[in-house]
Design a protein around this ligand. Structure first.
Ligand code: TYD
Ligand code: ZN
Length: 409
């Protein structure tokens, strides 16, 4: 357990502005015999008024979260495939096309969903992926991968072996790393003079707007804003040169970062700073308002599910997401209110959801015996899911969502 009484970025004294109560490992789907040893930590977010980093105070050790049974495979969703295909191609076209024998490094390369494009284009590449099971899949596809945690020390070794990187990139990885200063120091050392770091993560602005508090779980030690990313860059002789909003993960931001003074800075940077300041991202009252909205959302969801249960109707969860662990445990929703959660990931099936212990079953259990209501835990894939679930609705099935508000659709 890593507990921060001071800001993880700038060492300023920080305090939580709310608690979500005791939380298990969000991706820790488990068998019944493991219930008695289940790990919990208190999930308390805080906001640093000096560097503006939104962060968790308590953070379980990385090995508890990213291990050989980490059930996250990027390549499972069709829309995410397309998103990463486009991301990879845009990096190649914007930053590497004009270079002689460029070098690309991805942090948290998962099963190689992005790096396969670099391999196909015969670009020198390296994937750094701590979860061994997914790293193995990438290796089997011929993608150059090492299974380690990236930090300042590893960067020195990588630099010796591969030389400077022209691009480094990461998707849904940076916000997982408690010691972000070590990672940025490593990146600053590894990048070539005009090299670029591109990373994307769930965006604080979307979370505050949509009250999507389920973005907060053990793995997401930070929820970044442009303001907080700028503060990190400043500590490592780097600067934010561009930003691009993304629709993935319910609203993300892609940050482009270069060495200080080596790139032209897009107008998008001053625009996003102005917007974040206007929306109060630097003020604690904004986060206190978010806390009140979370409490309201929790109460409404619990009331709705209780009412449906009283009518003897069946509810099934759709998608055993990491995010659902926060919703279920914070809102105290258990198997009394939800029959089971349907999920297409074999590693999650025939196990129980972390903490709440709701059974997770294969998709066939949903499609062959549809419930009255499907609670959309995978709301970030709403478009893809609604496209394929027209039958469910035609047969009278209804969707329940809680983002951006609790409602029956
Ligand atoms: P994901 O989007 O990665 O969310 P999180 O980061 O919160 O875990 O997870 C989506 C989960 O939903 C994943 O376990 C697969 C599952 N899923 C389905 O069962 N059916 C679907 O149609 C889709 C798109 C996802
Ligand atoms: Zn700080």
């Amino acid at each position: 357990m890593d507990i921060a009484n001071n800001c993880r970025v700038c060492n300023n004294k920080i305090e939580p502005f709310m608690t979500f109560g005791n939380m298990p490992i969000a991706n820790g789907f488990l068998k019944e015999e493991a219930f008695k040893d289940e790990y919990f930590f208190e999930m308390k977010p805080s906001f640093c008024n000096k560097c503006f980093a939104f962060q968790l105070i308590e953070q379980p050790d990385a090995e508890l979260m990213f291990n050989e049974s980490y059930p996250f495979f990027s390549s499972l969703s069709k829309h995410m495939q397309t998103h990463f295909d486009n991301f990879a191609n845009s990096v190649i076209n914007r930053f590497l096309k004009s270079k002689d024998s460029p070098m690309a490094i991805e942090l948290g390369s998962n099963d190689g969903i992005m790096l396969r494009h670099f391999k196909d284009a015969e670009i020198k590449h390296l994937g750094i992926e701590p979860s061994q099971n997914v790293a193995q899949i990438a290796k089997e596809k011929g993608i150059n991968t090492i299974s380690e945690f990236f930090n300042e020390e590893l960067a020195v070794k990588v630099l010796e072996e591969y030389g400077h990187a022209d691009v480094m990139f990461a998707a849904n990885v940076m916000c997982h790393i408690p010691n972000i200063n070590s990672v940025f120091a490593g990146i600053s050392n590894l990048l070539s003079k005009d090299g670029v770091l591109i990373f994307e993560d769930p965006y604080l602005g979307d979370m505050l707007n949509k009250v999507s508090y389920d973005q907060i779980y053990d793995e997401h030690v930070y929820i970044f804003s442009a303001l907080s990313v700028i503060s990190i860059c400043e500590r490592h002789d780097l600067e934010l040169i561009d930003v691009e909003p993304q629709v993935t993960h319910g609203g993300s931001m892609r940050y482009f970062i270069g060495k200080k003074g080596s790139h032209e800075i897009s107008n998008n940077v001053s625009k996003i700073i102005m917007n974040e300041e206007k929306k109060g991202f630097k003020e604690i009252s904004t986060y206190e308002r978010f806390r009140d909205n979370c409490e309201k959302s929790k109460k409404e969801l619990l009331e709705l599910l209780t009412k449906i249960k009283d009518e003897n109707k069946r509810v099934v969860g759709y998608g055993a997401t990491s995010k659902s662990t926060t919703v279920l445990n914070y809102s105290e929703i258990g198997p009394d209110l939800i029959d089971f959660i349907s999920d297409t990931t074999p590693l999650k099936q025939n196990k129980f959801s972390p903490g709440a212990h709701i059974p997770v079953k294969s998709y066939e259990n949903f499609s062959q015996n549809p419930p009255d209501y499907a609670l959309l835990f995978a709301w970030n894939h709403k478009k893809e899911i609604f496209e394929k679930e027209t039958e469910f609705e035609k047969n009278g099935g209804k969707w329940i969502t809680f983002v951006p508000r609790v409602e029956i659709l």
